[in-house]
Write a protein that binds this ligand. Structure first.
Ligand code: NDP
Length: 303
């Protein structure tokens, strides 16, 4: 019987596990299929406090993993495939067949960026293709970049990228943006941003090691090549909450509804991108992980 079961191996999961283990609890962290989470697919990180020099996402997460082990967290490379939060103590079943029984659970399964699904997108991932302007925008000083999408994220990322890039294309598949009106106004007012309407990206082009352009198909059917240095895909994120659908209250986009870190079930807490569609930053997730562990401690002390 565990005191705290942490589901998810990103910054929220590891931070909550470190805090819970240091509070003296028996803690297991289940990594999921991408130990380290979304940071392992980003390039260099320059905005996580405590590192004077840029650190790679992989290095940062391996530091969190080691730190967790040092304080007594047991890390399990398994994927939770089903949960039972309706009976107490809670139990979760791993793909391995193992049943994890715990007095409290911290859900930190994160969210995944949606991708276009092109082979060339995979090929140039982290070599000019990114899904996070806050993480990677800095590397495109005085370069030409494109943002794909028409929602708030795409518009926000395009505006943010004007701080670095010399020119930003916003490529949208329709003739209307989904983003809020005031965001659209800011976008249209920026002299550095050009919106390409009714355009679908059919291929990301490169020289074998980095991006140097993309192919667009307009809705009239003609194709156009665009030369540029970076592509930011901003077509939405999907929270990893499928296994919690009948267990926890989710909002209409599938994010876990929380009050602080408390979910709809007493004793189950959530932290990080799985319950945050707005900030989506490693440092915010880590902070929420810390809060979730403190809330779990309060819950366990009450038992
Ligand atoms: P959204 O789902 O709102 O928008 C996704 C965009 O990507 C849409 O314009 C959609 O096009 C486009 N798209 C989807 N799939 C494809 C595809 N395969 N190829 C090309 N384009 C595609 O996601 P966001 O991440 O922008 O926002 C998610 C939520 O978070 C929203 O509720 C948003 O309001 C919120 N948010 C709020 C912020 C804020 O308040 N500051 C900041 C960022 C996000 P189409 O329009 O044609 O469907």
């Amino acid at each position: 019987m565990l005191d705290v079961l942490v589901i998810g191996g990103g910054p929220a999961g590891y931070t909550s596990a470190i805090y819970a283990a240091r509070a003296g609890y028996k803690v297991k962290l289940i990594t999921g299929n991408q130990d380290g989470g979304q940071l392992t697919i980003t390039s260099m990180i320059e905005n996580y406090p405590g590192f004077a020099n840029p650190i790679s996402g992989i290095q940062l997460m391996s530091q969190m993993r080691e730190q967790s082990e040092h304080v007594g967290v047991e890390i399990i490379y398994d994927i939770i495939v089903s949960t039972n939060f309706l009976n107490y103590p809670f139990n979760c079943i791993g793909e391995s067949g193992t049943v994890y029984e715990s007095k409290s659970v911290i859900v930190a399964t994160g969210a995944n960026a949606k991708w276009l699904g092109l082979d060339s997108e995979k090929k140039y991932m982290n070599h000019g293709v990114s899904a996070c302007a806050t993480c990677d925008g800095f590397f495109f000083k005085n370069k030409i970049v494109a943002v794909i999408g028409g929602g708030n994220t795409a518009v926000e990322e395009a505006i943010y990228l004007t701080n670095f890039a010399s020119k930003v294309f916003l490529i949208h598949r329709r003739d209307k943006l989904r983003a809020e009106k005031f965001m659209q106004q800011r976008l249209f007012n920026s002299p550095k941003i050009e919106v390409l309407w009714n355009s679908i990206v059919t291929e990301i082009l490169g020289d074998g090691s980095k991006v140097n352009g993309l192919m667009l198909k307009k809705d009239e059917g003609q194709c156009k090549k665009l030369s540029l240095d970076g592509v930011f895909v901003a077509i939405g994120h999907a929270p990893a909450t499928k296994i919690f659908e009948n267990q926890l209250k989710l909002d209409e986009q599938g994010y876990i509804i929380v009050d602080g870190t408390k979910t709809s079930v007493d004793g189950i807490f959530a932290a990080g991108d799985v319950c945050d569609s707005i900030y989506r930053q490693a440092i915010v997730s880590a902070g929420q992980g810390c809060k979730a562990a403190i809330d779990a401690d309060k819950f366990l002390s009450r038992l």
